[in-house]
Write a protein that binds this ligand. Sequence first.
Ligand code: HSE
Length: 438
Amino acid sequence: MGQNTADPVLRIGLLGLGTVGSGVAEILQHNAQMIAERCGSRLQVVRALVRSGRRRRGAAARVATCTDPRQILEAEDIDVVVELMGGQTPARRYMQRALRAKKPVVTANKAVLALHGSELFALAQRCCVDIYFEGSVAGGIPIIRTLREALGADRTVAVRGLLNGTTQYMLGQLEAGETYADALAAAQRLGFAERDPRLDVSGRDAADKLCILGRLAFNSPLSPKLLSFSGIEALTPQHLAQAHCHGYRVRLLAQAHRRTVAGAAALDAWVHPALLGPQHPLYAVPAAHNAVAVRSLAHGDTQYQGAGAGSLPTGAAVVADLMDVARNLRAGVWGRLPFGNGRRALPPLPAHSCASAFFVSLQVQQRPGVLAHVANVFAEAGISLATVTQNVCATSLVPLTLTTHPTTFGAMQRALLQLRRAPVRRGTAQALPIAADS
Ligand code: HSE
């Protein structure tokens, strides 16, 4: 970058020109003048690495393309590398190469950061360059900046988020009577879903994002390999209807909160479809939006909401990172905003020790002693029941729903294993956490 020229230019190499890459090109084209005024440099895409020469529309069509990564990663005319390929390989390797070539990296890759963030940031530090990653969590919501900077002086108590736009959108559609397949196809058409949408519906995408937020908010070494997470694949319209009858909505909730267990502070973190009541801060978040509610000691409750996925919201987050890179390069600084060094970290609890109240649904045979049997299973697992509702039904199998007082995931797992036996119909017992309102 020509740091001493009157009109400095930040020369950008894009890895990937898909949904987010196109958004970056659009924002850079439409807001060029304003961006230059705000960050003191012109931001110019020099070229983009693409897999195929397929026709592109809009601003992306005007971006020069290449198929050899060396033309970006080791090119003299590239100042900063923007990684928007997604997935682990080769994205992680390319980022390492860019850092070693002393090029700052801007990425929206939650999968790589969740698993290898510490290693990449250590490398960036050794190479004296920055990694920026606002687009990696909740797309258009500036939650990374908020946790790293605005709330940086405060002690976080809890982070609760709806972090996956695809499942947010799909759950809204399912509630409106849409089929699962149609809801997923629509989420893909709208550009919310990952290239492999199993990452969205399995909960893995949200788990990756929670690991990143957990690192920033609690300096906790959360890993998607150890985190308790599940997705929306096993949810049926019946589950949603039953939750609705009890006044709840089901949403894919990612949450992490500080807890004291056996006298020691630890992080209780998980991602699961959960029941949210009307008093929950995320209950009214519209379909497809993401939201994050943060509780911290000095600020109290703060909440952030908006478009979490999609070309322009995520593209704008990436460009804002590029503006910071341009400012840093001009000032000759780097490393102002660390990822979290893992020292004095809040250790994550093992999955079986995480705790919540639960909503349990099952189908049972209609005969004397069945309720006593079910209640006994919970008693033996050490779980206290809060409510029991049995629907009036003319058939031999009746739907039964129970709510519990807070218990551990491990105890609930033990109870569910016991409930696989008669008089409970095989495969019908399912438990979803009930999100605490406060
Ligand atoms: N597939 C992701 C989502 C994209 O649905 O939220 C944004 O990370």
